[in-house]
Design a protein around this ligand. Structure first.
Ligand code: BG6
Length: 367
């Protein structure tokens, strides 16, 4: 049942190229995204949307954080992202011009479902991104986009996250097409690059790539604390990488927006503390590198993640992992893969139960 893998989590990490492919399948026609068979929102409806609320829990919340960048960039519609258990209690501003997007692998998370009901009751249009056809979230939403990741067994979510990102890109591009807010050529380029992600994800699962990550993970498994840093979309991915590591290996880690370290916790960067530094975003590269130099100067042991072809980062870090070239906007789908593997190998090294971490359920149906 684990298809030759030691654990479901590892199997599911390796299933990501297929999950990406399957989630794209049938949704791109002649270099355009076409969701018209799945989504009832008309062009006029999309043009009416004033604000978007992404609401979710755990890993799905982290997909929502990527969603904020994607939608704001492609559609210029303001986006807020909330963890579902907080959403209702802050009296969010909701009306008929609000699009509420629930992201949920299982479609059964009680907090997410409660937030969905609240938004719907207050007049929002409700859309669900879920992996389970016919789930509660899918049934109660006005519109549904299914992530075709297939069943996810490991409690720590991997292929569901990358599929959620794909669904978010598809929806963001689809809306941008309707709004005519972006240059057509630019959107076509996003669509073209989106279709190449599956193949590129495959490259990150090649043995040489995996062994760099696994070696670093074995080293780090001895530590009690580490940091993930990045800016922009790299920060969103850093949060997910940190969560994954904490969830299964019980190593404490903190994800920090790289530029914010100096305003707070730089004092915690001591001799030999491991730092996973992500620098895939071209526009933020120089600034991120200077933040990496700040931690290096304090003796941190740094694993850098950057784009293939970069010859600079290795001067500032101890080890480097390269992500195949893609658009900045799409990089999270690739960047997260070594971070998932990192959490996996750290957990294996520590001898914990990978697929069933303590105190964590796959789907939580209480608020
Ligand atoms: C948590 C799970 O309870 O719920 C996480 O342990 C998951 O792995 C989160 O990301 C959200 O679940 P779902 O099914 O709503 O995406």
């Amino acid at each position: 049942e684990k298809g030759g893998f030691d654990h479901f989590m590892l199997k599911e990490i390796y299933e990501q190229p297929k999950a990406i492919q399957d989630t794209l399948a049938g949704r791109i026609k002649e270099d355009k995204v076409d969701l018209s068979n799945e989504i009832s929102l008309s062009k006029e409806d999309v043009q009416q949307i004033e604000r978007i609320h992404f609401v979710a829990c755990g890993t799905a919340y982290h997909a929502g954080l990527v969603g904020k960048y994607v939608f704001e960039k492609l559609t210029r519609i303001p986006v807020e992202v909330d963890v579902a258990s907080e959403y209702r209690y802050r009296e969010p501003i909701i009306n008929e011009r609000t699009l509420f997007i629930a992201v949920s692998q299982s479609g059964e998370t009680a907090d997410t479902l409660a937030a969905l009901r609240e938004a719907k009751q207050r007049g929002a249009k409700v859309l669900a991104i879920t992996n389970v056809v016919g789930s509660s979230v899918a049934r109660e939403a006005d519109d549904v986009i299914i992530t075709w990741a297939g069943p996810e067994i490991a409690v720590a979510s991997t292929k569901a996250y990358t599929s959620q990102l794909i669904a978010i890109y598809l929806l963001g591009i689809y809306f941008a097409q309707q709004l005519e807010a972006k240059n057509v050529g630019e959107l076509k380029e996003v669509v073209a690059q989106l279709q190449k992600l599956s193949e590129k994800a495959e490259l990150l699962l090649q043995p040489e790539q995996v062994s760099i990550v696994a070696n670093f993970a074995r080293e780090i498994a001895k530590h009690q604390n580490l940091f993930f840093i990045g800016r922009g979309l790299d920060y969103a991915v850093a949060l997910e990488g940190s969560l994954k590591l904490k969830e299964i290996s019980y190593i404490h880690s903190e994800a920090y927006a790289a530029g914010e370290l100096k305003h707070g916790t730089l004092a915690l960067i001591e001799e030999n503390i491991p730092v996973l530094a992500i620098a895939t975003q071209k526009a933020l590269y120089e600034k991120t590198v200077s933040n990496i130099q700040e931690v290096k100067a304090r003796g941190a042991y740094v694993l850098g993640v950057t784009i293939t072809g970069d010859t600079e980062l290795n001067k500032s870090v101890d080890e480097v992992i390269h992500i195949p070239k893609t658009l900045d906007l799409l990089a999270p789908v690739l960047t997260v893969i070594p971070l998932q593997l990192f959490a996996y190998y750290a957990c294996v090294e520590r001898g914990y139960d990978v697929d069933k971490p303590r105190n964590l359920a796959k789907s939580v149906t209480v608020e």
